[in-house]
Design a protein around this ligand. Structure first.
Ligand SMILES: Cc1ncc(COP(=O)(O)O)c(C=O)c1O
Length: 433
């Protein structure tokens, strides 16, 4: 397959549906300028106008095996005769729930021998902080990092520090923040010295690679110092691996690259369901302290999650993610050498990004790339992330880089601006400062 655009973008059918959607959708009203059909294969999908796109966004890092993977389709096929597909999973057990827990805790690190299944990434981090609060009954604060993104429920949002629009007018739980730099360990010590007592801190939560915040990579020193201080002071450390976890960086969890072990992991996205993973003794034993009707209840999602883990193991996708990531990063380095305005290539496995000169250029490039058949996502102030499915090959990486390169060159022309309907869509430079 190859990317192939046969209509204007958005195509006529997509345009009609997107306009209708805007009228009734309570959420954010400017998605990407196409409507998915369910056709596609591997890293490619078709929209309802028959255009074929190469996907370097993987449904925001939640599609590790790409479109219509035979292993996943087989699982879904097996469930076609059953209803309901959703059970009240924390109250009524299904075998899929138990199977996923067992698969999850078999993944390193050792000692993480229990997990709580939930619906989303935000709920996975929310429950991670809740179990830590429950352990430290005098706690008043959680500690997170500048530039962090942990989700949009009120608890997770309090720990988030990316864009004002995410937080404006919403109440917060009390939070202290550390710089996402080599000074983080010392800053935590200073916090304990000057502002709050040890008993008042429930947990420290961090992303090993800040996602929404701009693909900022923790340094070895920062990670080592934070682990050292939290361990010495017995503060539970939560790794938010919602975006970076389940193999995207070439290890099961990104924090494994740093040879540290947290007390709690929050996972979701590639896992298809949310999960708070820890040692059994971290979880509250009182009935109802954490729960949710549908947490651990969607039998197809849980069965697909088990299959994804098995397929990653069987097809050795961790080493593939690692080698394809290196190839992609080399391509981005070459591009930053050749193309003015493309800078700061960075990455670990298939979690890679570059910076463009401004948010405006970045947003224009996202739309221009879509018009040429490549889907990419922004992050941070002016970065673009490249997060293709784990099954991508070199030819597909070359194709994506080629489209991206041309889109950047095109948008770099002086006084470039998109015109027409496309300006109503997410990412248009005309819509941003
Ligand atoms: C690191 C991180 N944590 C938490 C979340 C929230 O996940 P969800 O959107 O599934 O609630 C995200 C989502 O982008 C994320 O990247």
């Amino acid at each position: 397959m190859k990317a192939k655009i046969i209509t204007s973008i958005p195509g006529p059918r997509s345009r009609k549906l997107l306009r209708a959607h805007k009228l009734v959708n309570g959420g954010w009203g400017a998605p990407h300028p196409f409507v998915h059909s369910h056709e596609g294969s591997g890293c490619y999908f078709k929209d309802i106008d028959g255009n074929t796109f190469l996907d370097f966004a993987s449904q925001v890092a939640s599609l590790p095996l790409g479109y219509n993977h035979p292993d996943v389709k087989e699982v879904v096929r097996q469930y076609a005769r059953f209803s309901p597909v959703k059970y009240a999973g924390q109250d009524f057990l299904t075998k899929e729930h138990q199977a996923l827990l067992e698969e999850l805790i078999a993944i390193p690190p050792a000692g993480m021998n229990a997990a709580f299944l939930i619906n989303s990434g935000a709920e996975a981090t929310e429950n991670a902080i809740k179990i830590c609060m429950r352990k430290k009954k005098m706690a008043k604060y959680c500690v997170s990092f500048e530039g962090a993104f942990h989700g949009r429920t009120l608890g997770a949002l309090s720990l988030t520090d990316t864009k004002r629009v995410h937080k404006e007018h919403y109440f917060s739980i009390p939070t202290k923040r550390l710089p996402f730099t080599d000074e983080a360990g010392q800053a935590l010590l200073d916090l304990l010295e000057r502002e709050v007592s040890l008993q008042e801190i429930a947990c420290v939560i961090m992303e090993p690679i800040q996602g929404e915040g701009g693909y900022n990579f923790a340094s070895k020193k920062m990670m080592k110092d934070i682990r050292l201080v939290t361990k010495q002071k017995r503060i539970p450390l939560i790794m938010d691996e919602v975006q970076s976890g389940l193999g995207r960086t070439g290890r099961w969890w990104a924090h494994q690259h740093f040879s540290i072990k947290p007390e709690v992991i929050a996972a979701a996205k590639a896992l298809q369901v949310g999960a708070t993973i820890a040692n059994k003794q971290m979880f509250p034993s009182d009935v109802g302290a954490i729960s949710s009707t549908w947490g651990g209840g969607h039998i197809i999602d849980m069965a697909v999650a088990v299959q994804i883990i098995k397929t990653i193991k069987r097809r050795k996708l961790l080493s593939r993610t690692s080698s394809m990531g290196k190839y992609l990063l080399k391509g981005l380095h070459d591009m930053s050498d050749d193309v003015k305005g493309v800078s700061n290539p960075r990455g670990l496995g298939l979690m890679t990004a570059v910076d463009l000169p401004s948010a405006r250029v970045r947003n224009n490039v996202i739309l221009e790339a879509a018009k040429r058949g490549l889907v990419v996502l922004g992050c941070g102030k002016q970065s673009i992330r490249f997060i293709p499915p784990y099954i991508i090959d070199r030819d597909e990486i070359d194709e994506g880089l080629h489209i991206f390169h041309d889109a950047v060159i095109y948008c770099s022309q002086s006084r470039f601006r998109h015109r027409g309907e496309i300006c109503h869509f997410m990412g248009c430079g005309e819509h941003s400062s």
